[in-house]
Design a protein around this ligand. Structure first.
Ligand SMILES: *Cc1c(COP(=O)(O)O)cnc(C)c1O
Length: 220
């Protein structure tokens, strides 16, 4: 049952600083409502148009997190309401978020997505690409996007040593960027890592946002 699954996962967060992003991609609005009634407030979707279709059907205190690759031409669909875009992987995308957020007179939060997996299919920045963005004048001129941390998707493996290495790598990127660029910004604080199969390990490695879908709703 959705409620029991949610509560079981929430239990594992007691005593940590971490929060749960309930990943609802592919599920119909009724399922999201059931999760909302069981207490879920942070919802993760991986497609902009799917999120935009669901958002008006849910209460306004839902915090919407975009967790999938986002094309610049899709930003406009979610800019009026999205709370955090977790999948920022280019300066071009940041500039488009700035433009669309300004139109809505909002500030959108964002996480820099890093490539930590040992798989070509998984996207994200390298540390030097992220630093290039953060050092640029264009980044510094942004007024409607606030970077609040980092995000990564680990390799789909049961090898705990490998997962631990990848989570530590992401945590290391966070620490480095925090000290070099965000030391005076308490809002830069999120390390988004851990999914259904690996969130307990991610929590032990310092995750602040776990993104869990199938462990709550069953296999998609
Ligand atoms: C789908 C997805 C999740 C959740 O995956 P589950 O295995 O269902 O928990 C987490 N993060 C991202 C980026 C996803 O696309």
């Amino acid at each position: 049952m959705i409620k029991d699954n949610l509560h079981r996962i929430e239990q594992t967060l007691t005593g940590t600083n971490a929060r749960l992003v309930t990943v609802t991609k592919t599920h119909p609005v009724e399922v999201l409502r059931e999760a909302y009634e069981a207490g879920a407030r942070l919802f993760g979707e991986n497609r902009a148009q799917e999120m935009a279709a669901k958002q008006p059907e849910l209460p306004t205190d839902v915090e919407w997190h975009l967790i999938g690759h986002l094309q610049t031409n899709k930003v406009k669909y979610i800019a009026p309401f999205v709370h955090t875009i977790q999948s920022i992987d280019s300066l071009k995308l940041l500039l488009e978020i700035e433009k669309q957020a300004a139109k809505s007179d909002r500030i959108i939060e964002g996480l820099l997505q890093f490539q930590i997996a040992d798989e070509d299919t998984k996207t994200g920045l390298t540390l030097s690409e992220a630093e290039e963005i953060l050092n640029s004048g264009e980044y510094r001129a942004l007024r409607h996007v606030r970077l609040t941390g980092v995000m990564g998707v680990a390799t789909n493996t049961t090898d705990e040593d490998q997962l631990r290495r990848e989570f530590r790598q992401l945590r290391g990127y966070f620490d480095k960027l925090k000290s070099l660029y965000f030391a005076d910004e308490p809002t830069f604080r999120e390390v988004s890592m851990g999914m259904s199969s690996d969130y307990p390990l991610a929590l032990r490695e310092g995750s602040t946002l776990i993104r869990v879908g199938s462990a709550i709703f069953g296999a998609r």
